[in-house]
Write a protein that binds this ligand. Structure first.
Ligand SMILES: *[C@@H]1O[C@H](CO)[C@@H](O)[C@H](O)[C@H]1NC(C)=O
Length: 625
């Protein structure tokens, strides 16, 4: 049976890879330009940029009519993008800039806009006040602006450049771009673009005979708030020879502001793991060993000593939990998320998802999510069967739909907010259809197939029999009651990841490139270790106090890490973000809760499975009459 399942998985994988490559998988082969060859400029959506506090999360299409940017005369060239790219907000389009390799030019006219109405003027000025930045691409490289590292005084390139300056009080619009393109000359006929820096400025350019004349004046250009301003867009191009090789051209963009912090984060995580490992080892080796040999010695001597400790609950410990259906479906989804994350990180560590592969991360994540549907079905079926569930049809249905439809519905709701704001963050209809199609054609069949395999497998046997009549649970001390122990348990996994979390949040909300993939991989392993160890420890303490309701508590103990991540997002909101609009906050908290819930389900599953294995082991090693 398994080979057939594998074959189906493989087939599906090939199928969806081809489905996605229909979208175009971006190549990263170098492009050689001869002298005078045209070099194209592409634009992505405008995103809020921030140097200290982010003021919005809404991105806008470059050709949103309210901006009145110069459009190419012929139809807009929409650049095909990968699925992940579209889902994560890239909207790349062509422009009418004319750049020629190694040809310096100054003050070229891009276009002169029609008079901008009052309403749009207000919109543009608001975007300037919210620090919106332009995102261009030249030969696959993002246009950057120069920045100074405050700590080391080193100069580095920060992606994007400002739409305008002056803030809320006196917004000026940048209507002139000085484009500095660094090129690497291999032979005179083969030049490669290795860096793009744009210095935008605002110039009150005058027209002479219909042609712009750029003066080196300090006069800035301001839109008339009453409307009616015509904007003259101009640009200059400078080609700068560079020794940077093509292979290292991304290094300038990947400036690490403080490399030591990553090490600090790793050390922090490892200390937590070592501490927990020590605790667990102590319990396993000392206490547990002693318990087991004593229990077994008592058996052998036929002594009539009273049983004590965790052995007492042997007749109840594997009693089915309340709501076994929900638990098994969550554990299935959590296992799916865990495998998906592990596979994605492995791909990333192997270097498949470098920043030059735009959207590859998103694409790979979506594919793995769909393919791992079979894991969700399989795990959920086995756990449900183990807990003696009878309604297997409902289980198959819920395993295939409950979690993904929760996810899709919340994403759809947030998408409607984006559509309402006319933001480019809204996922286009076609892409939504593709995702739904993948869900229907790949996810659901794989999940059902997984469930089928899971239910066909023999039931997971417990090492001890469960008694007919449940035992009374004695009163628990305060720190072992459910809520306090769950809250305590969740802190450690969160503590192991929170520094790395800060970088992840920065890269999500500030559009920064995340450069510590190797670190992230290690932190993921640490997270798995802490989740399982914390849960095992807590579980042991509870069993010693004869409290055998471990299933949900194990799930929630490590799952509480998700709650802490959400609280962290709230803290981040108040310290790093300064949203001007209510909708930005709604979107922020919407995405934060989706991420926290997913993380909670994943860590909860790790805890539950670890605890299950632990209990199976320890109860298998004692003799019970
Ligand atoms: C273009 O201008 C830049 C800056 O002024 C200069 O360094 C560079 O050599 C010029 N390039 C060419 C090909 O003339």
């Amino acid at each position: 049976m398994i080979p057939r399942g594998l074959a189906a998985t493989f087939l599906c994988f090939v199928l969806c890879t081809s489905l996605v490559s229909g979208f175009y998988l971006p190549g990263v082969a170098p492009h050689d330009y001869a002298e005078g060859d045209p070099v194209k400029v592409f634009v992505n959506s405008l995103t809020p940029m921030s140097n200290s506090q982010l003021k919005s999360v809404i991105s806008y299409d470059y050709y949103d009519p309210r901006f009145h940017f110069c459009r190419p005369e012929n139809d807009l060239i929409e650049v095909p993008e990968s699925l992940g790219s579209v889902l994560f907000g890239d909207r790349i389009m062509g422009t009418s800039f004319e750049l020629f390799m190694k040809k310096n030019e100054t003050c070229k006219s891009l276009c002169i806009t029609k008079p901008i109405p009052k309403k749009d003027t207000a919109f543009i000025n608001q975007c300037i006040a919210e620090d919106y930045s332009l995102n261009w691409f030249i030969d696959g490289l993002p246009a950057a602006h120069r920045k100074q590292d405050e700590r080391t005084d080193e100069e580095y390139w920060n992606i994007g450049f400002q739409l305008g300056s002056g803030g809320k009080e006196s917004p000026v619009l940048n209507n002139h771009y000085d484009i500095y393109i660094h090129y690497h000359e291999r032979t005179t006929q083969a030049n490669r673009v290795v860096g793009v820096v744009v210095v935008p400025s605002s110039k009150d350019t005058k027209l002479e005979g219909g042609k712009p004349v750029c003066k080196i004046s300090n006069e800035a250009f301001k839109l008339n708030p009453e409307g009616g301003s015509e904007v003259v867009y101009t640009y200059s191009v400078y080609w700068i020879p560079s020794a940077t090789a093509w292979a290292t051209r991304w290094d300038n963009y990947l400036h690490i502001l403080d490399p030591s912090i990553h090490w600090f984060s790793l050390v922090n995580s490892i200390v937590i793991v070592l501490f927990l490992t020590g605790m667990v080892a102590m319990i396993l080796i000392r206490a547990l060993h002693k318990d087991i040999s004593r229990y077994n010695a008592v058996e052998a001597q036929e002594d009539v000593q009273e049983d004590y400790g965790w052995k007492l609950v042997h007749g109840d410990v594997f009693r089915a939990p309340t709501h076994p259906m929900l638990l098994s479906v969550f554990v299935g989804s959590g296992a799916q998320l865990m495998v998906m994350t592990a596979l994605t990180l492995m791909f990333a560590v192997l270097g498949f998802l470098s920043p030059s592969n735009r959207g590859a991360l998103g694409t790979v994540m979506v594919i793995f999510f769909m393919v791992c549907g079979c894991i969700s079905g399989y795990v959920s079926a086995r756990i449900y069967k183990m807990n003696g569930g009878e309604q297997w049809k409902l289980n198959v249905l819920l395993a295939a739909t409950l979690f993904p439809s929760m996810l899709l519905v919340s994403l759809f709701v947030l998408n409607f907010v984006f559509i309402g704001l006319q933001s480019s963050g809204a996922v286009p209809f076609g892409t939504i259809m593709v995702v739904l199609g993948m869900f229907g054609l790949i996810y659901i069949p794989l999940s059902v197939a997984g469930s089928y395999l899971g239910f066909r497998k023999p039931r997971i046997e417990h090492p001890v029999r469960t008694n007919q009549i449940p035992r009374q649970i004695p009163d628990q001390p305060l720190y072992l009651r459910s809520v306090p122990s769950i809250m305590m348990g969740g802190i450690l996994p969160f503590g192991a990841i929170f520094i790395e979390l800060y970088f992840i949040m920065n890269s999500i909300w500030f559009h920064r490139i995340y450069y510590g993939i190797g670190f992230l991989f290690l932190v993921f392993i640490v997270l798995i270790l802490t989740c399982s160890q914390v849960t095992i420890l807590m579980c042991y303490f509870h069993l010693c106090n004869e409290d055998y309701h471990w299933s949900w508590r194990a799930f929630l103990t490590s799952g509480a890490a998700g709650l802490y991540v959400f609280l962290y997002a709230v803290l981040y909101y108040f310290t790093k973000l300064e949203f001007r609009t209510f909708t930005s906050s709604v979107l922020y908290f919407g995405y934060s809760s989706i991420i926290s819930v997913m993380l909670g389900i994943m860590t909860g599953t790790i805890g539950y499975l670890a605890c299950l294995v632990f209990l199976q082991r320890i109860f298998a090693s004692i003799k019970v009459d």
